[in-house]
Design a protein around this ligand. Structure first.
Ligand SMILES: C[S@@+](CC[C@H](N)C(=O)[O-])C[C@H]1O[C@@H](n2cnc3c(N)ncnc32)[C@H](O)[C@@H]1O
Length: 240
């Protein structure tokens, strides 16, 4: 009996191929089909061989048809890779859940990658275990997430977050400036709250902003950005 059609859901890191793991490369090389967004495909371009692999570039709109079409075209024993920016297990579940539905859990292998969140943690020296890690980059309601953010900040915790770009409906936009305003309007003294914003992490366009949350009001940042609210108190093993 040949194996069923198999899918690799692969995290390819935040942009630079230097953050692409060997496990991710192996999955890509094994695949007859590769279906992904332009940015993510660019990260793995050096591993793809277009002479023997079928590569489909998708958008949010076209992805559903593409996944179904590839699933239909695949023969038993063939492999498909769907690459995801960063880690496929962070802020990707709306798509990953659909792929699990199409292929069936038993036919999917998820290969973790290095998230933009982890790179932001490394650059700001805010460990993920001392922070609330949160994504606003979701389609659904974010009101509860906003309350979680507020609670964490009031309790003196750090927060590592992905904002929500929504240029076509500004009421859903929750970027750095909106976040700063939201915290101030809820009684947080944002003039004393330290913050970092990282754009285009690991790429030649990478930028870094360091200041106070108050400074973010009225400032615009790229969709491709991560933010760290830094309330870390360092504590070494010498204290225990
Ligand atoms: C749908 S989420 C995917 C997150 C991804 N799975 C991860 O683990 O990094 C897309 C958001 O991730 C963040 N992101 C992804 N790559 C980034 C990078 N190179 N620099 C900064 N932020 C990035 C941005 O906030 C972007 O809008």
């Amino acid at each position: 009996m040949p194996n069923k059609k198999k899918l690799f859901v692969v995290g390819v890191g935040p942009g630079s191929p230097l953050y692409l793991t060997d496990a991710a490369k192996e999955a890509v090389r094994k695949s007859q089909y590769i279906v992904g967004y332009r940015y993510t495909l660019a990260t793995i371009e050096g591993v793809i061989d277009r002479s023997r692999q079928q590569v489909l570039e998708v958008t949010m709109k076209s992805q559903e048809d593409a996944y179904q079409d590839v699933y239909e075209r695949m023969k038993d024993g063939e492999y498909c890779t769907v690459p995801f920016t960063g880690d496929a297990n962070f802020s990707e579940s709306e798509v990953v859940d659909r792929l699990l539905e199409i292929f069936g859990d038993d036919n999917v292998e998820i290969i973790p990658g290095i998230s933009s969140i982890q790179v932001a943690a490394a650059k700001s020296r805010v460990p993920t275990d001392k922070a609330l890690v949160i994504t606003f980059h979701v389609t659904g309601d974010i009101e509860q997430k906003k309350l979680d953010l507020l609670k964490a900040v009031r309790e003196g915790r750090s927060v590592i977050l992905l904002p929500r770009p929504w240029p076509r409906d500004l009421s859903k936009h929750f970027m750095q400036s909106d976040i700063a305003k939201f915290l101030r309007e809820n009684g947080v003294d944002t003039s004393r709250l330290k913050v970092w914003v990282f754009e285009h992490l690991t790429t030649p366009k990478e930028t870094q902003f360091r200041g106070y949350v108050k400074d973010l009001e009225g400032k615009e940042f790229s969709d491709l950005s991560a933010m760290v609210i830094d309330q870390v108190k360092r504590q070494t093993y010498l204290e225990f």
